[in-house]
Write a new protein. Structure first.
Length: 315
């Protein structure tokens, strides 16, 4: 098993075609086929199913692809770190961003990293907090924004922001950011909610119990964009973090207001693995991300948010 075989394996899995993989790898097709077959013979199991729609990893193949991808990423990181330009911070840094915050933070973070550390290769992934935490534990992400999480044996956590959740409705509802809406009033509407088990849903369900309200959940989804789209289509209201709907409220696409009675807060944290060496590149990107978050809150671009260090009496 060698580097070229693993590269061929991952590329075929990504594109689903030996022909396309050969083009991307600048090889002839028989060479890629031979590398895959050599791996299969060595391991004694088929790694792909050959179907009408292309190459699909078997269960064993998917397991090997996952491991191979991590190994290739680590080799890329080592290559970048071991051949630095004098005085420059180099390396590959994979950052996890919460879906609700990605639209607001991704562009300024990228701009700042490219300006201050142009030799860092930045990779951005977005997902819900539970997925991001698992990716950190698995070594697929170097640092990530998470929420409502404390430090664990494997994870070092730094609280950054406390923010309120907002009721989100079509513009015709006329919700006013300056006038919080009671949870019971929100629960009286058909609701589009995150899927059960999602950390945000857990917060909302807890608020419903505190308010003594029974919410009518008509749709559950694991995508914030779908929540907003369904609200805009007139199917119901939803509840989301302020940062996820600030642009929509500003341009009049949606109306929204903070939830009250009870207020619902989440804490956004920066998570980094406790084990292993923190490279200069990872440290530089972490510092830049924290700085961008502070700027976003202090310039009023993160609605109903308070920096952890400035928090006072939010209830």
């Amino acid at each position: 098993m060698d580097f070229k075989q693993l590269k061929a394996l991952v590329t075929v899995a990504d594109v689903g075609s030996v022909t396309r993989a050969a083009e991307l790898l600048h090889l002839v097709q028989p060479a890629v086929t031979r590398q895959i077959r050599t791996l299969e013979q060595e391991l004694g199991v088929p790694l792909f199913e050959r179907t009408r729609h292309g190459m699909r990893p078997t269960e064993a193949g998917a397991t090997l692809v996952e491991r191979a991808r991590r190994a290739l990423t680590e080799l890329d990181r080592a290559r970048a770190e071991l051949a630095p330009k004098p005085g420059a911070v180099t390396g590959i840094v994979t950052v996890g961003l919460l879906e609700s915050a990605a639209e607001r933070l991704a562009a300024p973070l990228t701009t700042a990293v490219l300006r201050e550390h142009p030799r860092i290769e930045l990779r951005l992934l977005t997902a819900y907090s539970g997925h991001l935490q698992r990716w950190i534990d698995d070594g697929d992400v170097d640092l990530s924004l998470l929420y409502n999480l404390t430090s664990t044996p494997s994870l070092d956590v730094r609280p950054l922001v406390r923010e309120r959740l907002w009721a989100v409705a079509p513009p015709s509802a006329g919700l006013d950011p300056a006038r919080p809406v009671p949870f019971a009033e929100v629960a009286a509407r058909p609701l589009i909610m995150p899927s059960e088990g999602h950390a945000l849903r857990t917060l909302i369900d807890g608020a419903a119990r505190e308010a003594g309200a029974e919410a009518e959940v008509i749709v559950q989804t694991n995508a914030m964009t779908l929540q907003k789209s369904l609200v805009l289509g007139g199917h119901g209201w939803t509840i989301l973090p302020g940062i996820g709907i600030s642009a929509d409220v500003a341009d009049g696409t949606l109306s929204a207001a903070p939830v009250c009675e009870p207020e619902v807060w989440r804490t956004v944290v920066l998570g980094m693995p406790r084990t292993g060496r923190v490279t200069p590149a990872v440290d530089a990107v972490a510092r830049t991300l924290v700085r961008q978050i502070h700027r976003t809150v202090r310039e009023g671009e993160w609605p109903s948010a308070r920096l952890w260090e400035d928090r006072t009496g939010e209830g």
